[in-house]
Design a protein around this ligand. Structure first.
Ligand code: ASP
Length: 340
């Protein structure tokens, strides 16, 4: 009899404990969203194999960030590690597999912002930094500056002990072919946008926004820019307020698409301002900036964003955007096409 009473008590308490711990867990919202670039991504141009490769890599990246957040890591760490995975994958236009400039070289841009302190770091036009997002974070943490460019960025990253690689490490057959195609059709992207839209390999920037259990938001973006870019062109990705922004008072944002339009629209900061000052939802803010501002100017692309409550937006005016989302409420999605 005593044994039965003891067992029932044990069951009751352990059950109760797991209810309490699961309640505590879900009471603290945390959330993460990633993108792997937006563009004319059509199912009919995709093989099953490639589609699967994208979905698997996106899932790997989001799960790594999510489990860091679940275990109490900062949103900064989750953003860095999720982006590192995509930078190391030749599927995306960041790190290995980045697009080529008009000289068949890779020049990398990245930025990071901490929504609690409003600290930020960025690198642009780098040619030997294996993981540009980590270098952007190092600029933020270990230099008095916000952005370092070109050789200075490469040297700084090496001094910081970050991995340096020869430029050839980044170059893939796929991006060489894309450059050839663009050159053949003489589509320097900023002179003629019609054809640009038809070549989906041109996009593929990566980004991540996360909200951690402490309520801190971080955002980061990493890219090779745009195929056939010239004259040390720098896009929106390393520009705080254009391609990346984070503020605990409003939201975190990472953008992808035709960078010049995101710079002119100060897109990421505009979304944060709409949320902070107009008190509109993150989804509406993202929709306004992508469809009523960027698209009206003639630009294309998308954004991911998370607000201080963990609500998420994944908005695009293109046919697709590689993207994934996971949060403590149990939401999980990995998607490619705009009508997914
Ligand atoms: N926004 C990037 C740039 O203009 C390109 C991209 O997102 O694919 O450099």
């Amino acid at each position: 009899m005593r044994f039965i009473v003891a067992t029932v008590c044990l069951l009751f308490f352990s059950c109760n404990e797991s209810i309490i711990s699961s309640r505590n867990k879900s009471d603290i919202p945390f959330s993460i969203v990633i993108h792997g670039g937006a563009g004319t991504i059509l199912k009919e141009n995709m093989t099953n194999e490639l589609e699967k490769a994208y979905l698997n890599k996106l899932e790997e990246a989001i799960r790594v960030g999510y489990s860091l957040l679940e275990n109490g890591a900062s949103s900064q760490e989750a953003v860095e590690k999720s982006i590192n995975i995509m930078e190391d994958s030749p599927l995306f236009n960041a790190g290995k597999g980045a697009v080529l400039n008009s000289n068949s070289e890779v020049e990398l841009d990245a930025s990071f912002m901490n929504g609690k302190t409003l600290d930020a770091g960025a690198i642009s036009g780098a040619s030997s930094i294996k993981n540009p997002i980590s270098a952007a974070i190092a600029v933020m943490e270990n230099s008095p500056h916000v952005m370092l460019s070109g050789k200075g960025a490469d040297t700084f990253a090496a001094i910081q002990g970050l991995d340096s690689v020869p430029n050839s490490y980044f170059i893939t057959e796929r991006r060489l072919n894309a450059l050839k195609k663009v050159k053949k059709y003489k589509t320097a992207y900023f002179f003629k946008n019609g054809l640009y839209e038809n070549l989906n390999q041109l996009y593929g920037t990566v980004g991540c926004v996360a909200l951690d259990k402490e309520g801190n938001i971080s955002a980061g973006t990493s890219t090779g820019g745009m195929t056939n870019k010239k004259w040390n062109r720098i896009g929106d990705a390393p520009i705080i307020g254009a391609g990346t922004y984070a503020n605990n008072k409003s939201c975190g944002v990472s953008a992808t698409g035709w960078g010049e339009f995101f710079i002119r629209s100060v897109a990421a900061h505009d979304i944060a301002n709409l949320v902070e000052y107009k008190k509109i939802s993150i989804k509406d803010a993202a929709r306004i900036v992508i469809h009523e501002k960027i698209a009206v100017l003639g630009g294309s692309g998308g954004v991911i964003a998370i607000d201080s409550k963990g609500n998420v937006a994944m908005e695009m005016n293109t046919k697709g955007m590689y993207r994934a989302h996971m949060d403590s409420k149990g939401n999980f999605s990995v998607k490619i096409y705009s009508d997914d």
